[in-house]
Write a protein that binds this ligand. Sequence first.
Ligand SMILES: [Zn+2]
Length: 437
Amino acid sequence: MCQHHQNQPSDDANSQPPPDKPVYNDPFPWHLGAFDAHCHPTDTMSSIASLATLNTRVLTIMATRSQDQQLVADVASEHGITDSASITTSSSDTVSPRKGCKVVPAFGWHPWFSYQLYDDSIPNPTYNPHNTEDPNKSTEQDAKIAHYKAVLSPTPQDQSFLSSLPTPTPLSALISSTRQYLTSFPLALVGEIGLDKGFRLPQQRLPDDDSSRDESLTPGGREGRLLSPFRVQMQHQQAIMQAQLRLAGEMGRAVSVHGVQAHGVLYDTIAACWKGHEKKVLSRREKKRIAPGAEESSSSDDSDSSSSKNMPTTEDRTKKKKKAGGKPFPPRICLHSYSGSADMLKQWFHPAVPSTVFVSFSTAVNMSTDGGKTKLAAVVRAVPDDRILVESDLHVAGGEAEALLEDMYRLVCEIKGWDLETGVATIGANFERFILG
Ligand SMILES: [Zn+2]
């Protein structure tokens, strides 16, 4: 894509001409660097061996729950990118594709597992095994049941279901272990975090289920269990998410965000973190007062440099990272497998928003329902060209995930009116800015 189109606002995308050549039949230009912005290969550890033969250059691998944090760290120790060179496309790569795939790790707690944490920063935590005048009357079991009755809705009464749930972990313990992982992996993100109004807890595993458990899957997932009627209260999900957003802000890390049936409350929750840090938006009159050629002023000192024609140097990035940290909101946000409307995207791209917001699409989620398929084109067009990413969101690495990733790359290119080279290069540059700033 030519520089002229690079930063066009979404409205202009509707008037872009169709691609000059058929996008779908061209061979895929893997050599330009294709990137999976969000996936879960540690759910199927046996698939990690396939990294050696993948065409994809980098997978962004998410942690979600207690069982996968260390797995993500282990995979990143072996396959993690160590510098920006693994992402950037060098001229020597333009002929033959590099085989072998690297990973960017992300550490975080998914909203589906938020009930397993309790917020110990508040005066009366939902879990408190010593919360009685008579210590003999209190047991950990009672406290656990009280916690789940407080954070789940409707209130569960079934004792065997309640007993089957794990003893909750303090939120402060999650935050300190995530901080350690982020310190060990300086290029790691925070994720997967978010809000989900539709999610219901799976029913307890019955004793007979154990024999049929698929041992190749990392424990803790749904694994085909039926769903219970119980949801995690939104206020609780928000508390878990906000603590992780603050950590990302403090450490200057990007976040990968899950939002299902909660697009309004998701925006409000993230916007609450940057309250008081919004960028100053100049009025027309103020803009006129600025002499032609002079740079627009902004109250934010970490404004996005994506419009710069020159790619930032490593030194620029180090300086920027230092600046990006120490704030109560993350510098960069990816709305992964975005399922909201085109209209709801506008608020994320408002010039006052101090985080750089990217939007990512997957075949697995965005093409899984008729409703999703119908709105995809309008939503993709509503994302500025320099903020779009592509992902698999699969629970396995390898051929199927790569094929679905390629499908979404092709689809985005068709919708945007890009030929494949332009699209892959554009999305690659976006990925680089999302990860490295
Ligand atoms: Zn995910």
